[in-house]
Ligand binder design. Structure first.
Ligand SMILES: [Zn+2]
Length: 299
């Protein structure tokens, strides 16, 4: 384990590396916007044949899906997410979250993926990942956390990608025969994103993001996310602090409903993390809280 060198790297190079990555991150988001901006979403279905292949592959096995196809599936799911919520119109905030997310993803098991981070224009408290490295957080979440907490959330979502949690869940759904029912029950051609992706992928994506992942995947992302955030130089207690916030959120508060309904109870997640972390990461905790607003002013 090269944790100590990661920490050195984080300490010594963090600021300059982040600055150097800013341009790349901006380009990546620009690319994302071009690919899945509203105009692109209503474009003719150039990818339809490939999409049918993707569904076919998902129905067989995750092992048959190579990385370029995994990324393509993620791009399509990202457009499902962006079809329901647009990106926030704050370029400075988008750049900041991209820089932060890309820095953390560089410490992950799959640093070479085309990691792309976006803030959705939504007052709710939520975060989403899609295969291949697409990650979104809601503006309502960003407004309620500090930098270490956001780093913990991004590290949790990055782990969903590196461990292929969504890809496996999609594959299980595609194999279960639920797709036929979904297609029958969902309103067809009702959304601007139809045409850019297939009805099958849209149905699978909507079902996945409304039902959530297996609890074991969430616990794994919590455990690995804490370690990943620490490796990137952030306080490992950022994610537990977010879970404390979720634990005290009123279950009927509509801003928290989706997060609470698609994840195991926050109390359980905290207990699992306590077992996994023990006191092992305590040496890396206790860093002063950095408000995100201050980071944005520094720019
Ligand atoms: Zn999760």
């Amino acid at each position: 384990m090269k944790r100590s060198s990661h920490f050195l790297l984080a300490g010594a190079l963090c600021a300059t590396t982040l600055a150097a990555q800013a341009q790349d991150a901006g380009k990546a988001l620009g690319g994302l916007l071009r690919q899945i901006a509203p105009g692109a979403l209503t474009a003719p279905a150039q990818r339809a044949p490939a999409t049918n292949d993707l569904i076919e592959m998902l129905s067989q096995s995750v092992d048959s899906i190579d990385e370029p196809k995994e990324i393509e599936i993620g791009r399509q799911l990202a457009s499902v997410l962006l079809g329901s919520k647009p990106l926030a119109r704050d370029a400075g905030l988008q750049r900041y979250v991209n820089r932060l997310g890309r820095w953390i993803s560089l410490q992950s098991a799959r640093p070479h993926l085309p990691w792309t981070f976006g803030v959705l224009d939504d007052p709710g408290f939520n975060a989403f990942a899609a295969p291949g490295g697409y990650i979104f957080v809601t503006q309502g979440l960003v407004e309620r956390v500090d930098e270490a907490e956001l780093a913990g959330i991004l590290a949790h979502e990055i782990t969903h990608v590196t461990e292929k949690h969504h890809l496996r869940a999609l594959s299980a759904k595609a194999r279960s025969g639920v797709l036929t029912q979904l297609l029958a029950s969902q309103v067809r051609t009702s959304n601007a994103i139809t045409g850019a992706i297939s009805q099958q992928m849209l149905a699978l994506g909507r079902d996945l993001y409304s039902s959530g992942l297996d609890q074991s995947d969430e616990f794994e992302s919590d455990r690995q996310g804490v370690a990943l955030a620490a490796r990137a130089g952030f306080d490992p207690y950022g994610l537990p602090a977010v879970l404390q916030q979720l634990r005290t959120a009123a279950p009927d508060n509509p801003l928290f409903t989706l997060t609470l309904s698609t994840h195991p109870p926050a109390q359980q997640r905290l207990e699992q993390l306590e077992v996994a972390m023990g006191a092992r990461l305590d040496a890396h905790s206790g860093k002063p809280s950095v408000p995100i607003a201050r980071r944005l002013q520094q720019r």
